[in-house]
Design a protein around this ligand. Structure first.
Ligand SMILES: [Zn+2]
Length: 115
């Protein structure tokens, strides 16, 4: 069993998956194809999935929403893989210490501001 398969198996047994494990899983499943398609083509797929998520949020069932959230996260993760971005590092740098705007764990930025 390789590291990725092992971590996936451990995550599945625990009933959870870290962001790092998910990015590794997407890498294992799709990286060759993703690299060949490149960032531009993959970004188009992400946008299509975002549209499908909007539709599911408006008119879909809970099951459909589950699927679309998973798809959007998977395509976003794919782009990160092709661009050589570690999503865990990205998230921790920006949000690991709280809101990047006000620095608080519970945001106190003015409502008009984008946090
Ligand atoms: Zn804030």
């Amino acid at each position: 069993m390789n590291d990725v398969t092992e971590s996936r198996s451990a995550a599945a047994q625990a009933g959870n998956l870290t962001l790092r494990q998910f990015q590794q899983l997407i890498h294992e499943m799709y990286f060759e194809k993703d690299l060949a398609r490149g960032v531009d083509g993959t970004f188009m797929w992400l946008m299509e999935e975002v549209g499908e998520l909007a539709s599911a949020l408006r008119n879909g069932t809970h099951e459909e929403r589950l699927g679309e959230f998973a798809d959007v996260l998977a395509w976003l993760t794919t782009i990160a893989n092709v661009a050589g971005v570690d999503l865990t590092e990205a998230v921790m740098r920006k949000y690991g210490l709280g809101c990047p705007g006000c620095g608080q764990v519970v945001c106190i930025c003015a409502d008009a501001e984008k946090p």
